[in-house]
Design a protein around this ligand. Structure first.
Ligand SMILES: Cc1cc2nc3c(=O)[nH]c(=O)nc-3n(C[C@H](O)[C@H](O)[C@H](O)COP(=O)(O)O)c2cc1C
Length: 213
């Protein structure tokens, strides 16, 4: 790969390592994150691209035990419903999956997209209003990589009811719930997704996803 003016081939190789070893983490060590880590990660996440420079992402740190418990209960209910929707071997496989690290993760972030934001003056959202949500996802992914670069793991929890999470956290209803993130130091490092290791799904070759017209 040719060197760019700012990023040489050694950096490119390390970036590849970061992407290969990122992982969705569900098994955390209990150690808390260092002072300032949250603010640093949010600052980096806010460098993400956004439609019209609207920066519609809103990160809500969930620290209160009562709110954490309510989120946990909602996850349990949604996960039980998801399990009962599976049958046969899939149900057995599903039951063995660990799909959140809500109990162990020292830091919880609920992420919302503020669809009503005036920042960006609506640019790019007239025909595709969902761009606020897409922009928020870019910030989550940026945070994911920034965290991993510091050895901090992130697990994205989506087995939740958006309306319930919005109510538990007392969030304006025009903010759309995007995801619930658990952050902390991972128990182990891996270059293979947990779902692949658990025989749930396999990654396909990148060539399967490139179409030409
Ligand atoms: C939008 C989104 C939602 C996800 N929701 C969950 C979830 O609810 N529970 C879970 O265990 N993993 C969740 N994941 C993680 C995926 O299972 C994981 O990214 C995928 O299996 C690939 O593994 P990797 O991230 O380690 O490469 C989610 C990931 C994304 C991008």
């Amino acid at each position: 790969m040719p060197d760019s003016t700012m990023f040489d081939s050694a950096f490119q190789a390390r970036l590849r390592d970061l992407l290969v070893w990122r992982r969705d983490v569900r098994r955390f060590r209990p150690d808390s994150l260092p002072e300032g880590a949250l603010e640093r990660l949010i600052e980096l996440a806010c460098l993400a691209p956004s439609v019209g420079l609207s920066q519609p992402w809103r990160f809500v740190e969930v620290a209160g035990p009562a709110r954490r418990k309510a989120v946990r209960e909602n996850f349990e209910a949604c996960n039980a419903a998801a399990l009962s929707a599976q049958s046969g071997e899939r149900a057995q496989l599903y039951a063995r999956l660990k799909l959140a690290g809500l109990d162990e993760a020292p830091l919880h972030l609920a992420v919302f997209a503020d669809r009503g934001t005036r920042q960006g003056h609506g640019l790019g959202r007239r025909t595709m209003p969902e761009m606020a949500e897409y922009s928020t996802v870019t910030a989550i992914h940026t945070l994911w990589l920034a965290a991993r670069a510091e050895g901090i793991g992130l697990g994205w929890v989506s087995i939740l009811e958006p309306a319930r999470i919005t109510a538990i956290l007392d969030i304006p209803t025009e903010w759309r719930f995007i995801g619930y993130l658990c952050l902390g130091y991972p128990q182990a490092e891996d270059d293979t997704p947990a779902l692949e290791r658990a025989d749930w799904e396999r990654r396909r070759a990148a060539s399967d996803f490139l179409l030409r017209r």
